[in-house]
Write a protein that binds this ligand. Structure first.
Ligand code: IPM
Ligand code: MN
Length: 393
């Protein structure tokens, strides 16, 4: 029995409900495979800040860094909960971990499962076959427009002195001026782009033509940072001559993404562009309830559904847990590859197959997919399928 130490950070709103389904899945795997998980829950977030006065208990960042093999985060964000300096309360958790643990790639797979209606035309009209949407968007996660916010959050999380944004003067601007620098480095870009090419090697290529393709999405027609991003992309690409490369400006990409998603295999982009385009892309996979992610570095990683805390639905056992279940799928795959453990990689595949089977049968779906099942109904049903497969395996 191998033991993995997993930190569970439920966070805010519906994050707390979906975290329970992530836990249910980890416990199912523990019970029916040779992989054990030692779970440690850490209360955190904006609501926690409002109630207790801290974003998480002291030592939590260090625990995540030194005592966890992987981390699951539910969601961060509570209405009206901001720190005295104006930053999002709970930022120490989500942004502090991204920056403080150097999790430079935010990997967001966009895959439309059979039986799931995407949400582009009308309410539940299907215009693409499921096998036409299967890409992974890699969002740079430590630099770009988030840089100063990330630095403030990680300094706070690590108990370092407050990070101050370097002063820039804009003498011709009138009235109050606020700005966020957007630094992009060749180092930060290179490691992200490399991960993109490595990922393309183990994927099956773009749905349209099976071609392994990495697309560089930027705005290099206007910004210096993006020019460096693209230049670095081109340099990295030289080491992967068998993979097709492709470019797009972020504005045009939003059209192509929705018009011809089957063209895309792996997409690399900068921080804010990745934030925006992955919310858009979630529409192609049936909505945010289906959008999983991994914040991945060389030594650490945390996995979270992209949907956020959705306060409107909090406490109702209503939201779709599949984004969280698939985030655990990504966790298993990441741990397996890190440890060269084929068996654990296979557990990830079992989760994927179980989710696919569940969705294909279309029986228990949450409201966002047109059903009436609860969050825990869906979590239980998928765990039953996972259990069956684990026992057979
Ligand atoms: C995301 C979220 C976060 C972000 C927020 C909660 C800080 O929108 O993970 O995409 O902007 O990165
Ligand atoms: Mn976002």
């Amino acid at each position: 029995m191998t033991e993995h130490r997993i930190a569970i950070l439920p966070g805010d709103g519906t994050g707390r409900e979906v975290a329970q389904e992530a836990v249910r899945l980890l416990e199912t795997i523990s019970e029916h495979s040779k992989h054990g998980f030692e779970l440690t829950q850490i209360d955190c977030g904006g609501q926690h800040f409002k109630e207790v006065g801290v974003e998480w208990a002291e030592g939590s960042f260090d625990f995540c860094k030194n005592d966890a093999d992987a981390i699951f985060l539910g969601a961060i964000g509570h209405p009206g909960s901001y720190l005295p300096n104006g930053d999002l309360a709970g930022g120490s958790v989500i942004l502090g971990l991204r920056s403080g643990l150097d999790l430079y790639a935010n990997v967001r797979p966009i895959k439309l499962y059979e039986g799931v209606p995407h949400k582009v035309h009308g309410k539940f009209r299907q215009i693409w076959a499921p096998d036409m949407v299967n890409m992974s968007i890699l969002r740079e996660n430590t630099e770009g427009l988030y840089y100063s916010l990330l630095k403030r959050a990680s300094h706070r999380a690590q108990g370092l002195e407050e990070y101050e944004v370097p002063e820039i003067e804009f003498p011709d601007l009138k009235g109050e001026v606020a700005y966020d620098p957007r630094p992009i480095s060749s180092f930060g870009t290179e490691r992200l782009v490399k991960m993109g090419f490595e990922m393309a090697e183990i994927r099956n290529g773009a749905p349209a033509d099976g071609v392994k393709r990495v697309s560089c999405i930027d705005k290099s027609n206007v910004t210096r940072g993006c020019q460096l991003f693209r230049k670095t992309f081109d340099q990295v690409a030289k080491s992967y001559p068998d993979t097709e490369i492709d470019y797009g400006y972020i504005d045009a990409f939003t059209q192509w993404l929705t018009r011809t998603p089957e063209h895309y295999d792996v997409v690399v982009t900068s921080n804010l562009f990745g934030d925006i385009s992955t919310d858009l892309a979630s529409v192609l996979q049936g909505g945010m309830g289906m959008a999983a992610s991994g914040n991945i570095g060389d030594d650490h990683a945390f996995f979270e559904p992209v949907h956020g805390s959705s306060p409107k639905y909090a406490g109702q056992n209503k939201v779709n847990p599949i984004a969280s279940i698939n985030s655990i799928q990504m966790m298993m795959d990441w741990l397996g590859r890190k440890e060269n453990n084929e068996d654990l990689i296979h557990v990830g595949k079992i989760i994927d197959e179980s989710v696919a089977e569940h969705l294909k049968n279309n029986s228990k779906l949450t409201y966002d997919l047109g059903g009436i099942a609860s969050c825990s109904d869906v979590g239980e049903a998928i765990c039953d399928l996972v259990r069956g497969r684990l026992i057979e395996f």
